[in-house]
Design a protein around this ligand. Structure first.
Ligand code: AP5
Length: 230
């Protein structure tokens, strides 16, 4: 299945619940690329500048990453694609890869939210890099305990943002800036929305209002996915 939506729509927040329900792995091209950047691999070196500015990484890189990953044993019963495909060329490549084994995309979950709600979500996000856990600087339910313990209204900074479980420092993503977000949103509308147009005629797209609380969003995804992905 494909999980799609603009930056900050909640793909990373909702994916673990889908993984739990369907017991198939989540393949996030964003996470894979960030790991490559952190490890300074050849792919990481090529991807870094595009990612920092909010541009898309080249199709050959991401298609290569996904085509290798889906051959691994844990993907044999299906998988959740988070952040891929992001344009029509990637969509066609995916359909082609799956068709070689008589497979196809069974379900597309589209998280939908107005652009103007996303700057707060993205620019307030802090991450625990080793686990991928995501926190927020101003939304109470997602605030780390370390900031909640400070007087109300304390501004988030590196002295008060720590992971709830390990106590390790939280960091902000280099592309979580208003300028990069603007580019990411432009790319989403011009290149990623056509992916939905491609799958819509197959009757497999579920449209989810992603502007409510995380539990309100999950309450729509849960019945929509059923057992479609397996
Ligand atoms: P990627 O990592 O895929 O980023 P993205 O699509 O921009 O999405 P995000 O991870 O920013 O948002 P999310 O929807 O997961 O939101 P989250 O749940 O964290 O891609 C990054 C870059 O990699 C791209 O720009 C590109 O350069 C490159 N790339 C990746 N894939 C590629 C591809 N296929 N082709 C080419 N290039 C590619 O939520 C955000 C915040 O909001 C969190 O703090 C969270 O706690 C909070 N939040 C979430 N939901 C709610 C809610 N319902 N209520 C309140 N707060 C909420």
């Amino acid at each position: 299945m494909i999980l799609t939506g603009p930056p900050g729509a909640g793909k990373g927040s909702q994916a673990p619940k889908i993984v739990n329900k369907l017991t198939i792995p989540q393949l996030s091209t964003g996470d894979m690329l960030r790991a490559a950047v952190a490890n300074k691999t050849e792919v990481g070196m090529k991807a870094k500048a595009a990612m920092d500015s909010g541009a898309l990484v080249s199709d050959d890189i991401v298609i290569g990453i996904i085509s290798d990953r889906i051959r691994e044993i844990d993907c044999g019963w299906g998988f959740i694609l988070d952040g891929f495909p992001r344009n029509v060329a990637q969509t066609k490549a995916l359909d082609g890869m799956l068709a070689k084994n008589g497979e196809k995309v069974n379900s597309v979950v589209s998280l939908e939210i107005p652009d103007e709600k996303l700057e707060d979500r993205i620019c307030g996000r802090w991450i625990h890099k080793p686990s991928g856990r995501s926190f927020h600087a101003t939304y109470e339910p997602s605030m780390p305990k370390s900031l909640k313990a400070k007087p109300k209204g304390t501004k988030a900074d590196s002295t008060n943002m720590f992971d709830d479980e390990t106590g390790e420092p939280l960091v902000q993503r280099s592309d979580d800036t208003p300028t990069a977000l603007k580019n990411r949103l432009e790319k989403f509308h011009s290149e990623t929305v056509p992916v939905l147009t491609h799958y819509e005629p197959l009757g497999i797209v579920s449209h989810v209002d992603a502007s409510g609380s995380k539990s309100a969003v999950w309450a729509q995804i849960d019945p929509a996915i059923g057992n479609k992905a397996v």
